[in-house]
Design a protein around this ligand. Sequence first.
Ligand code: SAH
Length: 448
Amino acid sequence: MQKNQIVELEITDLSYEAMGVAHYEGMTIFVNNALPGEIVKAKILKVKKRFAFAKIEKIIKESPDRVNVKLNQWVQTGLASLAHIKYDKQLEFKRNQVVNLLHKAGLDEIKVNQTLASPEETGYRNKAQVPVREVKGQLEIGFFRRHSHDLVPLTNFFTTDPEIDRVLAAVRDILRKYKVPAYDELHHKGEVRYLDVRRSKATGEIMVILVCLHQDFPQIMEVAAEISQIKDVTSLILNHNPKKTNVILGKDDYVVFGEDHITDKIGDVKFRISPKSFFQINSLQTPRLYQLAIDKANLKPSDVVIDAYSGIGTIGLSVAKHVKAVRGMETVKDAVKDANANAKLNGIDNAQYVVGKAEEVMPRWANEGLKTDVIFVDPPRKGLTPEFIKAAVATKPKKVVYISCNPATQVRDLQLFMKQGYSFNEVSPVDMFPQTPHVESVAVLTKD
Ligand code: SAH
């Protein structure tokens, strides 16, 4: 098999990254954008020892599950790499990921529920972080072409709240008008690196964050005055990121106007959110995810609850009024500040959050003799550590509710809990990120 060779392939499966999978002369071939059941003419792009990558030249037989994607850019950039599949099939794809992982772990007896669909299939994101670059002599916003830093200009981000798309385009026009330079990554020059825009679904408030190379630029006052005129924009923050890095936000934030946070609501609980704090991006699906987790926790008024990897305390503060005490930890300082402020804001006096790594704080609490009833964990993609799990188990929780954005590490960790005498009988996938391959899932471990 050679690069540029054209082959006819029958697609039999979808990979984790939602690439079509075919087998040809003993090789596994991953075909961008192709769907199971399709027969395609494909061009080989890259050949490895046992597998190859290809792209579709022509679809000979089309899958009935295929949807025409309106903008090619959504696919080019990977913004919505599942957008070519009907929504109910996307949900099935996500459930299958969990089924396959459990199967590989020898846990076929575990029930995998249907994926909980998102109330909004598009326009669901309450936040957008979009790169700003110069393209053909003009400042553009958009998204990077997959596996590159080439900006594909774009103003309809599809999965983002259209109110945010509107503000992104308006800010772009203002930056153009005052000739503020876009960041030039190659020479580490220019000014605006990213636009970060967040909208509270509960209040409609919109925060604009300009991520800049310098902590100030000559046109800032004029630009700020015009941004303040954009409908619903309530605050402007300049985030200073002077480093050569792929990390979007720099260390320092300067409030240009408005408050240093926005306020949102989940159920009846109000939350203030600072620029660096994590907040679930699918506003309508988040309360449903939490409700599922909380229902399964079966909380009692006497329970001591841990909210690990707490962010701004969204899970712990949602249950605080129904339990005895909540303690949580989180590495981002501003998020912990938000979490404690959020407790006060909601009149909650039995919740306490501390700054620290879960894998260090949990052993400390266990050594102090803390006993718990229910532990909620909601770690980033890499999952938990064995130290965390050991310490969590030492506090003798009756239940551990595991919310995960990466079922692969979740299944790995669930097996570690099983070795400590815990068991679980079902996993519930939840779609927090329609049109993308990301899967969220909830499992509850119990010990009698
Ligand atoms: N439960 C929250 C946040 C989940 S996201 C919510 O639903 O909104 C995961 C959080 O874990 C992020 O806020 C991240 O900053 C934090 N985090 C990452 N690594 C951590 C670690 N080692 N210990 C504690 N928190 C960590």
